[in-house]
Design a protein around this ligand. Structure first.
Ligand SMILES: *Cc1c(COP(=O)(O)O)cnc(C)c1O
Length: 400
C-alpha cells in the first residue's frame, strides 16, 4: 500500500497495516509480521550503491523503518523517528534546535525527567528554560525573550492533569517564529494529533501507551516539515540513541491494539474517576473527562478522548496516603503508566521526588495527591480494590 492510500484508512486499520505490509517481491516470503532485522551492517554489490538504501543499522534498519512508517501514519505526520527512550528523543530534539544562549519556554507541570533534562543537563550548555502556567497563552507570550527558540508543552500534564490549548500555542509560536513541541505521551495519537492542531514536533515516550505492556522502553519524534526532518534525522544518526530492532518489533506489536486499549483505558478511567468523586475520603479528582474538570470543554475540543490517567487528593496526611496505597491488591504501587495493568503511585515521594519541595508546593503536589494509571482489567475488580483500600485509609484518618 502506498503512503497516500494508507492515509485514507481509519486509525485502527493504520495501527495494524501501516509499515507492515507483506513483501511480495521476487524472493520474499510474504511475512505478515515484519521480520526483526538484527544485522548491524548491510552488504552491497556495487561500491556506491547501498542495497535498498541500507548501510549500517544506526542510520537505517528495516524493522525500525517499519515502526517509523507506522508512527508517522498514526500521528498524521510525514516522518517519524524511533529512539531508545522518550528522553533520548527529547535530547535529539533539543540538540537539533537550541544552541548555547538559547531559551526554552515550558509548561510548569512538565514531566519530571524533561524538566531535569532542561535544568540539570542543558543548562550546563548555556540553555535556559522558563516554566509557565499551561492554561494561559498570555503567560507563555510574556515569557518570550529574543533568545527563545521553542515552546515545550504536554497536554494533559501530570500529575495534575492540566491542559494546554495546543492550537492557541501553535498560533503564538507561528507569529513569534518559534518551534512548538508537544509531548503527546498521555493521550497518544488515538485521542490527540498535535500536528493537526499546528504543532511542529510531536514527541512520545513509547514506554507508556504506545508500547502498552510495560516491557519496552522507547521514544518517538514525528514531524511534517521536510527540512526539520532532515535536521533531526541527521542528529538521530549522529547522536545514535536509536531503538533496537527487537524493541521496534515489540512496539509494532503493541501498536496493533492501541485503539482497543485506549478505549478500555478511558472507559475504566472514567468509571474510577466517578467512583472516587463520590467517596467522602476523596477531596478532589483531576480527570479531564469529568464535567467538574475546569478545562473539560477544551479537552473535548482538541482531543477525541481523555485518556487513562487521573489523579486525586485524599483527606488526611501522608499516613492516610500510605494506608490507602499499601492496602491495594490489584493496583500495583509503581511508577510509570500506560500499561495494560493498573498502576498507582504517590508523586511527592515517587515520580516527582526529584522536583524540589518548594516547586512541588507551588504546583500543588501534596503528600495526599495520588496518581493512577487505570489499566484494562475488569472494572468491578478495580473498584472493589479501591473500596477496600479506602476503608483501610479511613481507619487511619479516624485514629489520628
Ligand atoms: C515517561 C515519560 C517521558 C520519558 O520517557 P522515557 O521513555 O522514560 O525516557 C517523557 N514524557 C512523558 C510525558 C512521560 O510520561
Amino acid at each position: 500500500m502506498t503512503h497516500d492510500s494508507i492515509k485514507t484508512l481509519k486509525f485502527a486499520t493504520r495501527a495494524i497495516r501501516a509499515g507492515e505490509e507483506p513483501d511480495f517481491r521476487e524472493g520474499a516470503s510474504g511475512d505478515v509480521v515484519a521480520p526483526i532485522h538484527l544485522s548491524t551492517t548491510f552488504a552491497r554489490r556495487i561500491v556506491e550503491q547501498p542495497t535498498g538504501g541500507y548501510e549500517y543499522t544506526r542510520s537505517l534498519n528495516p524493522t525500525r523503518k517499519a515502526l517509523e512508517t507506522r508512527l508517522a501514519a498514526l500521528e498524521n505526520g510525514a516522518h517519524a523517528m524511533a529512539f531508545s527512550s522518550g528522553l533520548a528523543a527529547e535530547t535529539t530534539v533539543l540538540v537539533s534546535l537550541v544552541k548555547a544562549g538559547g531559551h526554552i519556554i515550558a509548561l510548569d507541570d512538565l514531566y519530571g525527567g524533561t524538566r531535569r533534562l532542561f535544568s540539570q543537563v542543558f543548562n550546563g550548555y548555556g540553555i535556559t528554560a522558563s516554566y509557565v502556567g499551561a492554561a494561559d497563552v498570555g503567560e507563555m507570550e510574556a515569557a518570550i525573550t529574543p533568545a527563545t527558540r521553542l515552546i515545550w508543552l504536554e497536554s494533559p500534564s501530570n500529575p495534575l492533569m492540566k491542559l494546554c490549548d495546543i492550537a492557541a500555542a501553535a498560533k503564538l509560536a507561528r507569529r513569534r517564529g518559534l518551534v512548538l513541541v508537544v509531548d503527546n505521551t498521555f493521550l497518544t495519537p488515538y485521542f490527540q494529533n498535535p500536528l493537526d492542531l499546528g504543532a511542529d514536533i510531536v514527541v512520545h515516550s513509547m514506554t507508556k501507551y504506545i508500547g502498552g505492556h510495560s516491557d519496552v522502553l522507547g521514544g518517538a519524534v514525528i514531524v511534517n516539515d521536510e527540512a526539520l526532518y532532515q535536521r533531526l534525522a541527521f542528529n538521530q544518526n549522529a547522536v545514535g540513541a536509536v531503538l533496537p530492532p527487537f524493541d521496534c518489533y515489540l512496539t509494532l506489536r503493541g501498536l496493533k491494539t492501541l485503539a482497543l486499549r485506549m478505549e478500555r483505558h478511558q472507559q475504566n478511567a472514567l468509571a474510577v474517576a466517578r467512583f472516587l468523586e463520590a467517596q467522602p475520603l476523596v477531596k478532589r479528582v483531576y480527570y479531564p473527562g469529568l464535567e467538574s474538570h475546569p478545562q473539560h470543554e477544551l479537552a473535548k475540543r482538541q482531543a477525541s478522548g481523555f485518556g487513562g490517567v487521573l489523579s486525586f487528593e485524599l483527606e488526611g496526611t501522608l499516613a492516610t496516603s500510605k494506608a490507602f496505597l499499601e492496602n491495594l491488591d490489584i493496583f500495583a504501587l509503581a511508577e510509570s503508566l500506560g500499561g495494560v495493568e493498573s498502576l498507582i503511585e504517590l508523586p511527592s515521594l515517587m515520580t516527582h521526588a526529584s522536583v524540589d519541595a518548594e516547586a512541588r508546593a507551588e504546583i500543588g503536589i501534596t503528600d495526599t495527591l495520588i496518581r493512577v494509571s487505570v489499566g484494562i482489567e475488569d472494572i468491578d475488580d478495580l473498584l472493589a480494590d479501591l473500596e477496600r483500600a479506602l476503608s483501610a485509609a479511613a481507619r487511619v484518618v479516624s485514629t489520628v
